[in-house]
Design a protein around this ligand. Structure first.
Ligand code: NTF
Length: 813
């Protein structure tokens, strides 16, 4: 098979073929959607030959590869990424122009696949991009949700969730293969039977569902490599009961079908909090069972010696969501393939590695034994046996230290008997990694210290990264051009070369070109904001951005208090309005639908925006913007326009952060705590180019041990008191004091994430920001150094670390 010719004419004829023969329309009669679909198919056609070749080679070479198991992939738009990967952007733009069409317009038509919640899902998307760019044999496995993360709108300032019907206009990037479906079973019971004098167990399931693979191309960056992302879609096994249908009971007839297909219907919109729901466990088992079966039957060579499976594959567990894969592989090896338990356990331990993405104890997933036993009875038996053998080994090593045994048991007894998925993953995994240096350290010292002692060498770190293709080259074309001019081409897949920018920092011409790029990016952002939201960032303003999921630990409320304090300062005359550094504070955040406090904080931010933005006393020097529905597409516009990046979580709570990296790479300066990857960013960019504030993790611990009383901070700090009192007074809720009372009393009497304790330090840091921004040229110098020194945060480096420390899977040609 050959690719269409890499010329404008070649592209045009391929495009028209797709439009006419696939879309069934003429150019003159075609809709924007027809044109978008035809364009997507054309780009696909250029990738097809390489994809098929790579799939064939993967089967032929049987080199060791990675199966990345992730319940989420927050992909973002595909068209532009795939145009860039193939190097077709210019040809496509010209070809379309010659047909009287605009590439920009068709680009805007794509609805992004939002199959993830936030950082964890976006990380998975960056990782498959890097795996392809580095030429590592790998498959991404996940779920093809029919509805991704909800679309957020605001009504009277409050979040309203709308379904994300991303598939309605067609899905040109996916290739479903119903003929390769896998049967996934659930429920029922287990039984023992005699197998030639050996007693064995087997599972007699009660119901099942088909898993249909939907394949997506994952092209490397201009290296001719195309890997695969395989997402599973649930389909009922029996078509609806025609007899019942004919008797008139339509609902009953389709009930079983609806039930089964619900499994891949919708993404759980929870972030950093597990959802202990039966359907969620069904989703998890559904996709890992299908993936393991697919790998063994379709990717592994026929007749492969399964005792050597560890030489051929590593299943990387993206958090605990896919951990049920551990007992599943055991079940397949022991029950289906007749392997001895001990051998199977050895193989299983070689085949898994586990990445933990959190420190919040409440975010560690546990499944009630009752539920797991009902849905997956055989898996529960297997987990019990793994646990018995593990605890026996612990006893052998540490003696009958019952407290330690209870603490390390995979089965928790309280508050209800349940399976600790993180422990299961730690026992089964060849390696366990955290996602930033500090996080990995705290994981060993605080969350799993007994395991670290029991398994020396098992714990390691891989600091997160982001793909420079999407988040620099595509999101920031002007900065990319400037970088290429300064350091030459090829930095997109060798990001350490950004270091070369340092030697230009003393060049006034370079600095002014850099500043001009930032200004242009603000204009580009404004085009989008004006069109989608009817507002924009004011001219000459410092663009201060906090975009991430709404979560108390991330402390959007600290940013709120800064805004309110500036506002109150002007109202009370404490601050002369002319002394206020003009700022636009831009928020973007979705709250989990069931997270009441997070939703109230969204309401508060919007209420403050409505009040502040219209108050003439501020003379337009302080604006609060909150565009709804923050997603990857909006991030690509917002991040390049930012001056200041807010990374202000309570130290010890944010595992890594990846937004922080994207901002630094795009020349925003960070105001941040010593938390997650902020620590590494600051070390690299230097203290002069980073606004550090707040308690460090040991201080947080110490304060907590002493007994934290937020009201003491309120009493002691007049500015803080005035800001909180202004919110409490109803100033942002038309005089109604009840609306935000829960926020205020939570801050005063609980404040789990110590917003008040860090307030004074944060305000002082913001004053340093204002002073620094006043010297535009010095600011630009710092911004350039941020870009030059953060090449480390390429996800290519993360993947290289995974290969060296965990996977040992060399690239293949
Ligand atoms: C998130 N974890 C962390 O909260 C972020 O700090 C981190 O950058 C990303 O993972 C990616 O590693 C989660 O979403 C979860 F679910 F694990 F809590």
């Amino acid at each position: 098979m050959t690719s269409p010719p890499l010329t404008v004419d070649g592209f045009v004829s391929e495009f028209l073929l797709n439009l006419n023969f696939d879309g069934g329309v003429s150019l003159s009669e075609s809709s924007t959607n027809d044109r978008y679909l035809a364009l997507a198919c054309t780009v696909r056609d250029y990738l097809m030959a390489r994809w098929l070749e790579d799939l064939r080679k993967q089967k032929e070479d049987q080199a060791k590869g990675v199966c990345y198991l992730s319940a989420e992939y927050l992909l973002g738009r595909q068209l532009d990424n795939n145009l860039l990967a193939t190097g077709l952007s210019e040809i496509a733009a010209e070809a379309l122009e010659s047909c009287g069409l605009s590439l920009d317009q068709l680009r805007e038509h794509e609805i992004e696949p939002g199959l993830g919640n936030g950082g964890l899902g976006r990380l998975a998307a960056c990782f498959i991009d890097s795996l392809a760019t580095l030429g590592v044999p790998s498959i991404g496995y996940g779920i093809r949700y029919e509805y991704g993360i909800f679309r957020q709108t605001f009504e009277d300032g409050q979040q309203v969730e709308q379904p994300d019907a991303w598939l309605t206009l067609g899905s040109p990037w996916e290739f479903p293969h119903p003929e390769r479906s896998q049967l996934v079973s659930f429920g029922g019971r287990t039984e023992t039977y005699d197998d030639d004098g050996v007693t064995r167990s087997r599972w007699i399931p009660a119901w099942n569902v088909n898993a249909i693979p939907c394949n997506y191309m994952v092209p490397g960056f201009q290296n001719g490599r195309v890997n695969t992302l395989r997402l599973w879609r649930a389909k009922a096994t029996d078509a609806f009961d025609l007899r019942i249908f004919n008797s008139g009971d339509y609902e009953e007839a389709v009930r079983a079908q609806t039930f089964a297909e619900n499994i891949s219907k919708v993404l759980y919109p929870e972030d950093s909090t597990p959802q202990g729901k039966e359907l969620r466990l069904q989703q998890q088992y559904f996709f890992v069972a299908a993936s393991i079966a697919d790998f063994l039957e379709n990717v592994l060579a026929d007749g492969y010696d399964l005792t050597r499976l560890g030489d051929r594959v590593i299943f990387q567990l993206n958090d605990t969501h896919p951990v049920i894969a551990v007992p599943e592989l055991m079940r397949v090896l022991v029950d289906d393939r007749g392997m001895e338990w001990d051998t199977a356990w050895e193989v299983t331990q070689q085949c898994f590695a586990y990445t933990c993405h959190t420190l919040l104890p409440e975010a560690l997933e546990v499944w009630p034994v009752e539920l797991l036993g009902r849905l997956l009875p055989r898996h529960l038996e297997i987990i019990y046996r793994i646990n018995d053998e593990f605890l026996a080994a612990v006893r052998e090593r540490f003696g009958d230290d019952e407290l330690r045994i209870r603490n390390m048991s995979i089965i928790a007894e309280h508050p209800e008997r349940s399976v600790r998925m993180a422990y299961l993953a730690t026992v089964a995994g060849s390696k366990v990694n955290g996602v930033a240096e500090l996080h990995s350290q705290l994981l060993r010292d605080k969350v799993l210290p007994d395991f670290d002692e029991f398994y020396p060498g098992k714990f390691t770190n891989v600091t997160n990264g982001v793909t420079p293709r999407r988040f620099l080259r595509l999101a920031n074309p002007e900065l990319s051009a400037l970088i290429t001019e300064a350091v030459g081409s090829g930095w997109e897949s060798d990001l350490d070369r950004l270091r070369g920018l340092e030697e230009h920092v003393d060049d006034a011409g370079f600095r002014s070109a850099f500043a001009e790029v930032k200004a242009a990016n603000k204009r580009r952002l404004n085009e989008v904001l004006r069109a989608r939201d009817g507002f924009e960032v004011a001219d000459g303003h410092l663009v201060d951005v906090m975009v991430k999921r709404l979560h108390e630990y991330k402390r959007q409320l600290l940013k709120v208090l800064h805004v309110v304090s500036s506002y109150e300062g002007v109202l009370s005359g404490r601050i002369a309005v002319e002394d206020l550094q003009p700022r636009t504070v831009l928020f973007g955040a979705k709250a989990a639908p069931g997270y009441a406090m997070a939703k109230r904080i969204i309401h508060l931010i919007n209420a403050i925006g409505s009040t502040v933005n219209d108050d003439p006393r501020l003379q337009g020097r302080l604006k609060v913007l909150f565009p709804p529905n923050y997603n990857v597409t909006l991030a690509e516009r917002v991040i390049p326009a930012a001056d200041l990046s807010e990374q202000i979580s309570l130290a010890g709570k944010e595992a890594s952060g990846t937004g922080n990296m994207k901002f630094a790479l795009n020349g925003a300066l960070t105001i941040g705590t010593d938390d997650g990857a902020n620590v590494e960013i600051r070390e690299l960019v230097g203290d002069d180019n980073f606004f550090l504030f707040g308690m460090a993790e040991p201080e947080v611990e110490a304060l907590s041990a002493r007994g934290y009383r937020p009201s003491e901070f309120y009493q002691a700090d007049e500015d803080l008191r005035r800001a909180i009192d202004l919110i409490a007074s109803g100033a942002f809720s038309g005089g109604d004091r009840t609306v935000f009372e829960p926020v205020v009393s939570n801050l005063l009497y609980e404040d789990r994430f110590m917003v008040l304790a860090d307030f004074a330090s944060y305000m002082a840091a913001q004053e340093r920001v204002d002073a620094a921004y006043a010297d535009e040229d010095a600011w630009t110098r710092s911004a350039i150094l941020n870009v030059a020194r953060t090449g480390f945060f390429s996800s290519d480096r993360s993947i290289t670390d995974y290969i060296d420390r965990i996977w040992h899977t060399p690239p293949t040609s």
